[in-house]
Design a binder for this molecule. Structure first.
Ligand code: GDP
Length: 533
């Protein structure tokens, strides 16, 4: 094989990759949808098969056993499968108690997102936070409105909510026939046909779909059909007409309606991912120069999982391939330390066939085992030129705690450990002159970050810590340093400095912040994006 063949191969492989994540609030149906996607891609033949019939919940979240049972390639960070002529990488966005900065960071490793909404609930807090990050990064979003088989809100109202709350223009591609709870199928707005869904036993297999002409649909369905067509027209005629460029520039979102648990609408979503969602593009390095896809291998680490068991200090670093071909066993350079890193142990994250198992292309996720030297944000590359991708972004924290060593004689270890954890992005570190250096404040997106931090301080730095939670829930960026005294004078508010130079103004809640703003209308408080910039 010549070098040109190799380059063509990489370009071809990159072009057929679709790497995406589902952004949703817990319980919207992410696990169910993941399973339904795998079902449609014929990765599994029956939903619920892995854990038996009792309770489909958590079936897919237990990805490892699905991998064993079905021979598909999954890491705890990504699920990979082939569909049509494409390779789909679905990256996991941990959502329940394990919601943390890692969840946000996953979005730096994807090329697009699927926003999954519960038809009865619409936009929920966690979805909004994740959407903020997508918007900030310009990630295009497809929307799937789920659970249409259950009573829920009106389709038009849900679409309005997208426009009004997050200024995202909905562009429906299907429209539900029958109100939520009496789902009969959808109008396919491509050609106006009625796609009728049939239930299968327990939603366990791919739901057959029947297409019917508009005339036949009107005769069969009657009023529900007419209303659906009228509603869809209302939206498409008022700026909601499908336009792929508006999806690409992330100003509008194609919308599908369905029911993941019954596999309704899932095939359409998969097809849309293939036909519309972007393939990997050359990633910009820290200086803004794009790294060509067919250049030498490069990747960046977006998640590091440390075994919580001190007896097994195993660590897996998950990296997204940005350019070139990854082959197991290759020795790569860590751009942060300039040290070589041998990739002998790679989790089986690649295709079903053995022949492709040791190779990964742009868009794929590799899981590097025993990677104790790797940190979130690190760049890996081989050959020349060297490359370094932008470092860790910081996100708007929501939980705060003062940290101090349980044993004061271990203050030195404490300082060392705390700096290390902050550098790795395990928690954010906040300080102020008022509090002094001895008791920094840990800030986190999810409370589990505190657990990881104290566990590591105790076991790696031999310094058990005491964490005292602070009662803050509203956080803003202080726009004018000279106003620091105003916030510090409040009874339940203060300003803390973050390593990136941001001054964070913290308040007990939104209400107390508004009270202070009323007294000091001159106060320059700026909302923090979910992603610090
Ligand atoms: P996750 O927390 O987002 O991963 O949500 P799950 O996939 O675990 O789903 C939460 C609950 O919603 C479970 O009881 C699912 O069976 C249920 N669910 C998911 N999709 C649908 C759907 O389309 N219709 C109905 N009725 N229930 C659903």
């Amino acid at each position: 094989m010549t070098a040109t063949d190799g380059a063509q191969d990489v370009t071809h492989e990159a072009r057929r990759r679709r790497s995406f994540a589902v952004i949703s609030h817990p319980d919207a149906g992410k696990s169910t949808l993941t399973e339904a996607l795998a079902l449609h891609a014929r990765v599994i033949s029956e939903a619920g098969a892995v854990h038996g019939k009792a309770g489909r919940r958590g079936v897919v979240s237990d990805w490892m056993s699905m991998e064993q049972a079905r021979g598909i390639s999954i890491t705890s960070a990504a699920l990979q499968f082939e569909y049509r002529d494409c390779v789909i990488n679905l990256l996991d966005t941990p959502g329940h108690a394990d919601f943390s900065e890692d969840t946000y960071r996953v979005l730096s490793a994807v090329d697009s997102a699927v926003m999954l909404l519960d038809a009865a609930k619409g936009l929920e807090p966690q979805t909004l936070k994740l959407f903020d990050v997508c918007r900030h990064r310009g990630i295009p979003v497809l929307t799937f409105i789920n659970k249409w088989d259950r009573p829920g809100r009106e389709a038009l109202e849900l679409c309005d909510e997208l426009l009004e709350r997050i200024e995202l223009q909905p562009m429906p591609l299907t429209w539900p026939v029958g109100v939520a709870g009496q789902f009969r199928g959808v109008v396919d707005l491509d050609d106006g046909a009625f796609v009728r869904y049939e239930r299968t036993a327990g939603g366990a297999t791919v739901a057959p779909e029947y297409r019917m002409s508009p005339d036949d649909a009107e005769a069969e369905v009657g009023e529900d059909w007419t209303r659906a067509v009228e509603e869809a027209e209302l939206l498409t005629s008022s700026d909601g007409e499908f336009d792929p460029t508006r999806y690409e520039d992330a100003s509008a979102t194609p919308v599908l309606f369905g029911a993941a648990v019954l596999n309704f609408g899932v095939r359409r979503l998969l097809d849309l991912l293939i036909d519309l969602a972007p393939a990997p593009e050359p990633r910009k390095d820290a200086d803004g120069a794009p790294r060509p896809l067919d250049g030498e291998f490069s990747a960046f680490v977006f998640k590091v999982q440390t075994g919580m068991d001190p007896a097994h200090r195993d660590q897996v670093a998950f990296a997204r391939v940005c350019s070139g071909v990854f082959e197991r066993g290759m020795v790569v350079t860590n751009a942060t330390t300039k040290r070589p890193f041998a990739t002998k142990y790679v989790q089986q994250v690649f295709g079903q066939q053995r022949s492709t198992m040791d190779t990964a292309y742009p868009g794929d996720v590799i899981g590097l085992v025993n990677a104790t030297a790797l940190r979130v944000g690190d760049t890996l590359y081989s050959g020349k030129p060297a490359v370094r991708f932008p470092g860790l972004p910081q996100f708007a924290p929501a939980h705060f705690a003062v940290a101090r060593p349980a044993d004061l004689s271990r203050s030195k270890q404490f300082r060392k450990g705390v700096d290390q954890l902050a550098a790795e992005g395990v928690v954010q570190l906040l300080r102020s002159d008022l509090r002094g250096d001895a008791s920094p404040v840990f800030a986190a997106v999810g409370p589990m970050q505190f657990e990881v931090a104290s566990h590591r301080l105790e076991h790696e730095f031999s310094c058990p810590v005491v964490l005292d939670r602070l009662p803050y829930s509203a956080v803003r960026r202080l726009g004018d340093s000279s106003q620091r005294g105003i916030v510090d004078a409040g009874r339940r508010s203060e300003v803390l400095d973050r390593g990136d130079g941001t001054e964070l103004a913290l308040f007990e809640d939104e209400m107390s912040m508004r009270v202070m703003l009323r007294q000091h209308p001159e106060l320059a408080l700026e909302s923090l994006l979910a992603e610090g910039d």
